[in-house]
Design a protein around this ligand. Structure first.
Ligand SMILES: Cc1cc2nc3c(=O)[nH]c(=O)nc-3n(C[C@H](O)[C@H](O)[C@H](O)COP(=O)(O)O)c2cc1C
Length: 369
């Protein structure tokens, strides 16, 4: 049904327009009690065996919405209604900014992929903090807050920019993510180098502790799939050294390997971050590498090309406690999260593991023993 709808309606529209239209419907449904009760019952069934505890938080399951879909925190309940067990809002920057000129989002339908160069279009951390502060949740869901650097702020002043967002947003965050891996803000990914990352993460940690004194806000860093293996190791070691809570692997890629055979070569040439099926393999590889290095000492969040329950299960076996998706939601539609939950529950039942937690990293542990 959704595939037909996608072909007839969304595919004929500009991808960004289609995004806003879908977004409006989701928000409308979430605001309408009858619709939201019906939708949540159909799309967000709960599986006791998928209950997940991570980062000191309790969730209905491990699967959440990746950052970038709800940049301004306007549809948290809508996304929970669709079955996402956590919603990562943002990326939010200290200053409001319009993002890159349009067109900036492209669908590579035959490759089940997207290319985006949105450029952190968002209302800024003050406005988003005010919205989160005023929010009366309908669904109890975990809210992650993903922060990034304002485009006009020079790289040398990045830490102060992240700190400003942290001071405004940390109190509203169940967990906080430092995004240093989007390819669409010039220089941002240089912050992944440990000499830049160490002071940045230290400053954000201090700012979170200074502004939120009644609990410790979990802090994670989100990395790119384009990091060399040694750099993945370096970030993992740094995260342990600084007492971070987790790593999100991965963001979109600037690589274009294996593309252009199915999707139009003109589309493949568009600048930006590639996501969806083509990033699956490298995201999984980065996750395995991270788990082999840090084991259970950090919470690893697997994201990148998760299209179905099998992909989600593979991430869990590789070492992810939490998993996220974005691009496949565009192609799979409102039943995306439900299919993942159902399939995960079935796979867990058929596996030798009693609990999901036992399955986390099981394959990577076997391979490295
Ligand atoms: C249109 C679009 C916008 C995105 N914006 C952000 C963002 O603002 N911050 C961020 O950390 N990741 C952003 N991402 C990356 C996703 O969160 C995710 O890491 C990546 O797309 C890989 O997952 P997927 O293959 O399931 O899409 C964006 C992705 C897309 C497709």
């Amino acid at each position: 049904m959704y595939k037909l709808f996608f072909d007839l309606v969304f595919k004929r529209m500009d991808p960004e327009q289609a995004h806003y239209l879908a977004f409006r419907w989701i928000r409308l449904a979430a605001r309408t009690p009858v619709l939201r009760t019906f939708a949540a019952a159909a799309l967000a069934p709960r599986y006791e065996e998928l209950r997940t505890e991570a980062l000191g938080l309790r969730m209905h399951g491990p699967f959440g919405l990746a950052a970038g879909f709800d940049k301004n925190a306007v549809a948290i309940d809508g996304m929970a209604m669709l079955g996402f067990d956590h919603v990562e809002i943002g990326t939010v920057t200290a200053q409001a900014q319009p993002g890159n000129p349009k067109k900036r989002l492209f669908r590579l339908v035959p490759d089940r992929a997207l290319i985006n160069r949105m450029g952190f279009n968002n209302e800024g951390s003050a406005a988003v903090a005010a919205r989160l502060g005023a929010r009366v949740p309908v669904f109890k869901t975990v809210v992650g807050v993903n922060i990034g650097k304002t485009k006009v702020v020079p790289e040398e002043e990045a830490a102060a920019d992240y700190v400003a967002s942290t001071e405004r947003l940390a109190r509203h965050a169940d967990y906080l993510v430092v995004n240093v891996s989007s390819p669409n803000t010039p220089g941002l990914r240089n912050l992944q180098a440990t000499e830049s990352l160490r002071p940045l993460l230290t400053a954000v940690r201090e700012a979170a502790d200074r502004t939120v004194t009644d609990r410790r806000v979990p802090l994670l860093v989100k990395i790119a799939p384009d990091l060399a293996d040694e750099d993945v190791d370096a970030v993992a070691d740094l995260a342990l050294e600084l007492g971070l809570d987790g790593i999100i692997a991965t963001n979109t890629t600037i690589a274009r390997e294996g593309l252009g055979l199915k999707s139009s070569p003109d589309l493949v040439k568009e600048t930006g971050g590639l996501s969806g099926a083509p990033v699956k393999e490298r995201s999984l590889e980065v996750l395995r590498r991270l788990y082999a290095r840090v084991g259970d000492r950090l919470v690893l969040v697997g994201v990148g090309g998760i299209e179905n329950a099998e992909d989600a299960w593979q991430r869990i076996l590789a070492g992810a406690t939490l998993i996220q998706g974005y691009s496949a939601f565009v192609y799979e539609g409102p039943f995306y999260a439900r299919a993942i939950h159902k399939g995960l529950a079935a796979r867990l039942a058929a596996s030798p593991y009693e609990t999901l937690a036992e399955a986390v990293g099981a394959e990577t542990r076997k391979a490295t023993q």
